[in-house]
Every structure is written in structure tokens, then in C-alpha cells.
Design a protein around this ligand. Structure first.
Ligand code: ZN
Length: 241
């Protein structure tokens, strides 16, 4: 999962769905905090599950590890708000997150396997195919754009998909093929679908399934407004845009 963004309602719904799917571990691709009203409860939920987590730009922004110059005004305000609310122990654990991990046969990053600390956006078909030389594993998971997407290179050629008429979307991982998979966003989807997005990676069946989970986005939006965060961060949850 990726881009939880302090949305406790969405994270709880996704974890319940993952439990029903029989998930045995949690991999988080960063941006646990920022935008939403509940950064600490989200980090706690992941901590309780022993999640493996890589850093996102919103961790670095809230902790003062990067300039907020590249953040838009609402994101900047949220990063400052979040930074003031992170307890010291959580600051320490978030600031020690790696920028990338290799788990089984997958590379795990927040933004891009190419210079992960530069937070480049992998959006188009070309963006994705360009970075296949930047990871050595058959599989790479990323987030950051808040839009699910699949890039695949195999003996039969290459394929990119970022429009999905129906969910869930199951990808069979073929032997000898390589995949770049954007798992979407738990807490602030931006593909026009307000449901929380994440993926189930089944190591035995060799599949990755992109899933969407409805959650109480009205409550999450009310929490954002009550916290005094920029109101646009609340209203966008209803449209998923
Ligand atoms: Zn994000």
C-alpha cells in the first residue's frame, strides 16, 4: 500500500479488506503522513502490524528533511501542521525509513526506482518504461502519483495500463517478465474513484491484485476540517481527484 496520508478511516478499511484476503504482511510505500488529520494513528496501526515501510516525500517534508519549496500551498500547510504533531519517538522512526527496499523479488520505492530521493513522478507509459533499468528485480512497486498503473515487459512485448473499467484487477506474474506496478493511494486517490486503493501480492500464486475499498470518506473529511487543515484536502476525498 502507498500514500495513506493520515487517513485513518481509509487505512482501517484497507487493513480489514487485506485481512479478509488473508494478507500475512504489510508493505508500505511511503507518505503515511501529510494531508490527513491522523498521522500518528496511521503510523501506530502500521507499527502494530510490523509493516515494512519506505520513506515518502511527505515524511521528509514534515520532518524538515527536504525543502517545502516543491510542495503546493495546501501540501505545504499540511506538512507544517503534521510536523508540529509528530511525537519525538515517531519523528525518530520516520526519519530512519529507507528510500528503497528489496523484498523477495520486488524493489519497493515511493516515487521512482531512479534516484528515489528525488521524488520523480512516473505517470506516462514512457515514464515507466524508462526506469526499468533502475531496478534489478523482476518486480518494482511504487506509489506517489496516487494513480494505479501497470507496466510490463515480457517476451511478447511491452504493455502499459492505467485505466481499469472494473475492479479488482489481477496481474499474473509471468516467469521471465518484468513489472512496474503503481498500487494507487489508500488515503487520497486521484484517479476519479474515491475508494481507497491498494494491492495484494500473492507470492505463492504469483499474482498481484489491485483492489478498491469503499470507506467513510465523509468522516475523514470532517476530521480534516475540524483540524483546521486546508479545506481542499477534505473536499477532494469525495471526488477521488
Ligand atoms: Zn502522496
Amino acid at each position: 500500500m502507498s500514500d495513506i496520508h493520515g487517513n485513518h478511516e481509509a487505512l482501517s478499511a484497507v487493513l480489514a479488506d487485506a485481512d479478509r484476503e488473508g494478507a500475512r504482511g504489510t508493505l508500505c510505500l511511503g507518505d503515511v503522513v501529510g494531508y490527513g488529520a491522523d498521522p500518528e494513528p496511521c503510523a501506530d496501526l502500521l507499527g502494530e502490524r510490523g509493516a515494512m515501510i519506505v520513506a515518502g516525500n511527505h515524511e521528509h517534508g514534515a520532518l524538515g528533511l527536504m525543502s517545502l519549496r516543491w510542495f503546493n500551498p495546501a501540501a505545504r500547510a499540511a506538512a507544517v501542521w503534521t510536523g508540529k504533531r509528530l511525537p519525538e519517538a515517531l519523528r525518530v522512526s520516520l526519519s530512519s525509513l529507507p528510500l528503497s527496499l528489496v523484498v523477495e523479488d520486488a524493489t519497493v520505492v515511493h516515487a521512482s526506482p531512479r534516484r528515489p530521493g528525488e521524488w520523480e513522478y512516473v505517470v506516462t507509459a514512457q515514464d515507466g518504461f524508462e526506469v526499468f533499468g533502475d531496478f534489478g528485480t523482476p518486480l518494482c512497486f511504487l506509489g506517489h502519483t496516487h494513480r494505479p498503473g501497470i507496466w510490463a515487459i515480457g517476451s511478447g512485448g511491452s504493455e502499459h495500463r492505467d485505466r481499469f473499467p472494473a475492479w479488482p484487477v489481477e496481474i499474473t506474474l509471468e516467469e521471465g517478465s518484468r513489472y512496474l506496478i503503481n498500487v494507487g493511494s489508500v488515503g487520497q486517490p486521484r484517479d476519479g474513484d474515491p475508494r481507497a486503493g491498494y494491492a495484494v501480492w500473492d507470492l505463492d500464486a504469483r499474482t498481484v491484485t489491485l483492489r478498491r475499498v469503499p470507506y467513510d470518506h465523509r468522516s475523514a473529511a470532517a476530521r480534516i476540517r475540524a483540524a483546521g487543515l486546508p479545506r481542499v484536502l477534505a473536499s477532494r476525498l469525495a471526488s477521488g481527484a
